[in-house]
Design a protein around this ligand. Structure first.
Ligand SMILES: Cc1cc2nc3c(=O)[nH]c(=O)nc-3n(C[C@H](O)[C@H](O)[C@H](O)COP(=O)(O)OP(=O)(O)OC[C@H]3O[C@@H](n4cnc5c(N)ncnc54)[C@H](O)[C@@H]3O)c2cc1C
Ligand code: SF4
Length: 579
């Protein structure tokens, strides 16, 4: 019997304590927290069930055993994965974890591309994420208030600090303590190691650019599992770096490896898969959400599920799509949208700019094995001073690698000489690439398309998002600064690169945030400081939709901390009879 099959349901007349929409990173956490707080919880997921281990069909499959050596058949990719194929993690080992664009289309205005990368299945994008995990600091939570872009966050770092710790102890975050003000330390498992070139670069960088520092990327991997991780069936990371295919060791954090088994262990979890939430049910008399209406993805039947509290965790744009589609006399433009901000202030991160070059002098140094993370330079721009060209800041991430047989195998050649050539390691390269903060802007928005629907009859999202002048200037600075750093570290033949919008459209950084933001004032925000809808007290949105700004760090750790904090609050309010 599968690990999870006992809790799958198709329909139920029961009034659950909580319904959680979505089963990805935030939905998994909401289900775990609510179940562990004694609440009968139903997780509703639009996609198919994915079993830990047995459904990781690309894991351990070598390229030479695949028909196109890992590449997805061109016709299939063009017909069904036109957007998803742009994601670096999309290949023949992983394609089954990516959304089918033909079945789930969306529209964009002419000349304003947006890449909406999705993982619509049990586990959501937790199966394919890159696991980079960083806390935010007050530099981030205070940014909107300081420069006036976006609404002030209703919380500060101190409100989230203990919840970060709560999440990290369960997830397992590998990293080193650095005592940096811009990047608070997590509760860490041991860090991964720098290779020889990176170690030399770090030494030079830390000496030349202090107080900026090069650190090892912090990631959700069990470098040294504790008792609890082992009890849950999770094992040590073997640094195979094939994580996007799914990991049977449970060595990286995903819903399947971590939150779902914990929720299931309580005996209080039910899961409805292939259940597309069409809208949230709302009772105007009590001003409460009463449950959700779903469309059966396989039969197209509609049905309803009921609960005392509803958590939307369907990903930033998934949750907003459901809210926009939940209309009533009281809320004609979407549930809880008396402020009119629902759908607005969409953000992503700024990627696609950096520099790289060749490193000489380490020809006798080699490394074996792989590593599922990379060196990282936390934000140094606009921390104490102010760049004249742009607001906010960015991190630089990169790595040193040496051309091995895999890269050299692509070079032309033949026979004995060719084999001899690819046995010899090639030159070392070192590169740095930015990840920057995108300003929250009202005009970056999503709405429901007035006529276009998907094959289940759900109105399609219309996504209208562009980079601003601030975003463009920051990306220029990322490339210039990366090049200057590399040159000062002695890297040769440094080449800068900045991708165009066509090459790297908004969305492709896969860190969508905003569209149902938090805030203190119900007139200018959807949610309060506990991710609770100002207008409808038993409705919570805890995924990236709730974010007031994007900061520069990968956001999922913060989504998790917000989710567990909101769950603790909702559970307490339920006990007090206030919801
Ligand atoms: C290749 C890749 C690399 C990434 N790397 C990082 C990283 O290093 N660090 C980081 O912080 N983040 C990273 N991310 C982003 C990260 O995956 C997301 O931030 C995170 O998964 C968001 O969690 P979520 O729960 O909001 O959404 P998801 O994990 O996407 O889960 C949402 C779930 O809701 C379901 N759903 C949607 N609509 C409905 C509906 N109407 N009814 C029912 N169910 C619905 C979906 O099917 C899905 O299962 C990466 C993403 C990708 C794809
Ligand atoms: S690097 Fe670690 S988490 Fe990733 S697939 Fe290998 S063992 Fe699993």
């Amino acid at each position: 019997m599968s690990q999870t099959s006992s809790f799958y349901i198709k329909q139920s007349a029961e009034q659950f304590d909580a319904i959680v929409v979505g089963s990805g990173i935030t939905g998994g956490w909401a289900a775990k927290e609510m179940c562990e707080r004694g609440l009968r919880t139903l997780m509703v997921e639009r996609g198919r069930p994915v079993e830990h281990r047995s459904d990781y069909i690309g894991e351990g499959v070598d390229e030479w055993n695949l028909p196109n050596r890992g590449l997805v058949d061109e016709k299939l990719a063009a017909d069904q994965f036109a957007e998803q194929r742009k994601c670096y993690a999309f290949d023949d080992h992983t394609k089954h974890f990516f959304n089918n664009d033909r079945d789930m289309p969306y529209s964009t205005p002419e000349g304003k591309p947006f890449s909406w990368i999705r993982g619509n299945q049990l586990g959501g994008k937790s199966l394919m994420w890159a696991r980079q995990s960083y806390r935010w600091s007050d530099l981030d939570f205070e940014a909107n208030a300081k420069d006036g872009h976006g609404v002030d966050w209703p919380i500060r770092y101190a409100d989230l600090e203990s919840w970060y710790g709560h999440v990290e102890r369960h997830v397992g975050i590998s990293g080193a303590k650095e005592n940096l003000a811009v990047l608070p330390d997590s509760e860490f498992l041991p860090p991964f190691e720098f290779n020889a070139v990176e170690a030399a670069m770090k030494k030079k960088f830390d000496a030349s650019f202090a107080p900026a520092r090069m650190i090892m990327g912090r990631c959700a991997h069990l470098t040294k599992p504790n008792e609890k991780h082992l009890e849950m069936g999770r094992g040590s990371c073997m640094a195979r770096s094939m994580c996007h295919r799914g990991c049977s060791f449970g060595a990286y954090f995903s819903t399947q490896s971590s939150t779902l088994p914990a929720a299931a262990a309580t005996g209080r979890l039910s899961v409805a898969t292939n259940a597309i939430v069409h809208s949230v049910l709302y009772d105007a008399k009590t001003n409460r959400a009463t449950g959700v209406r779903v469309i059966d993805a396989e039969t197209m039947e509609t049905r309803e599920f009921y609960a005392k509290v509803v958590f939307l965790c369907a990903s930033t744009l998934g949750s907003t799509q459901v809210l926009l589609n939940s209309t009533s006399e009281a809320f004609p433009t979407g549930l809880g949208n008396s402020s009119g901000v629902l759908g607005h202030y969409l953000m992503d991160h700024l990627f696609g700019a950096g520099a790289s070059g060749r490193v000489e002098g380490y020809e006798n140094d080699y490394y074996s094995g792989r590593r599922p993370t990379a060196p990282y330079i936390p934000r140094f721009r606009n921390v104490t001073d102010q760049h004249p060209g742009f607001l906010r800041g960015y991190a630089l991430a990169g790595a040193a690698g040496r051309e091995g047989w895999a890269q050299q195998g692509n070079k032309p050649g033949f026979g004995k000489d060719y084999k001899a050539m690819i046995r010899k390691p090639g030159p070392w390269h070192f590169g740095l690439h930015g990840q920057g903060e995108m300003l929250p802007r009202y005009e970056n928005m999503v709405s429901l398309h007035p006529t276009k629907k998907d094959k289940w009859g759900m109105p399609q999202l219309h996504i209208d998002c562009t980079y601003s002048a601030n975003d463009d200037k920051m990306r220029e600075d990322m490339a210039d600064t990366a090049a200057n750093i590399l040159e000062s570290l002695g890297v040769k033949d440094v080449q800068k690169s900045i991708r165009t919008t066509e090459q790297w459209a908004p969305g492709l950084s896969i860190h969508e945030m905003g569209t149902a933001r938090m805030g203190r004032d119900p007139k200018t925000s959807m949610l309060n400081g506990y991710n609770q809808a100002h207008d409808v007290p038993n409705l919570f949105v805890t995924d990236g939709a709730s974010m007031c700004s994007s900061a520069w760090q990968n956001p999922s750790l913060t989504f998790m901390a917000l989710t567990v904090r909101a769950c603790a609050y909702a559970a307490e309010q339920l006990k007090l009879g206030k919801l």
